[in-house]
Design a protein around this ligand. Structure first.
Ligand SMILES: [Zn+2]
Length: 168
């Protein structure tokens, strides 16, 4: 069988592989991961490669894959990836070329970071309440909806996508 270009993607010794990112969501995940890889870390990012499941050899659309040669994963990054609403995204932790952990990040039930209320009249939006912590509750997973605990304003995927592109 002819070697396909994506099979040449180098193995990593230690680090993280973020896999099964749907191709239309690749740019968003790139923006999320970017702050983590600007500090001299080696990363290999492949765009628009055929996505296959083991076994049947069929293709399932296109995907992006991020191979990062450092254990960059923290709770904020997991939460941001989950907030994309793409449940098939997989995080693989690699140690000595072996996958030691593989999981789909889960949407947090409650969040007091990353999201910001979009209601200009919300108490958390006022300057004099700058120290006021934002608090959001997950009210729906599909579609993803979070609700501001202070004013009840709901954030939908479109709002969340915009907030994910800011480094907050
Ligand atoms: Zn609010």
């Amino acid at each position: 069988m002819k070697e396909k270009p994506w099979e040449k993607m180098p193995m990593i010794e230690n680090g993280v592989v973020i896999d099964h990112v749907p191709t239309d969501r690749g740019p968003l995940v790139y923006l999320i991961v970017l702050p983590y890889i600007t500090n001299g870390i080696t990363a290999n990012i492949r765009t628009n490669i055929p996505s296959q499941k083991l076994g049947d050899g069929k293709e399932y659309g296109k995907k992006w894959v991020f191979k990062i040669e450092d254990d960059i994963i923290d709770t904020t990054l997991e939460n941001k990836i989950a907030l994309t609403g793409e449940k098939e995204i997989t995080i693989n932790r690699i140690v000595n070329y072996e996958v030691v952990e593989k999981y789909h990040p889960e949407l947090p039930e409650e969040l007091s970071s990353i999201l910001q209320c979009t209601n200009p009249n919300c108490v958390t939006s006022h300057d004099y309440h700058a120290g006021q912590r934002q608090r959001f509750k997950l009210v729906s997973e599909e579609p993803v909806v979070y609700e501001c605990e202070y004013c009840g304003n709901q954030l939908y995927q479109e709002d969340i996508d915009k907030l994910l592109q800011k480094d907050i």
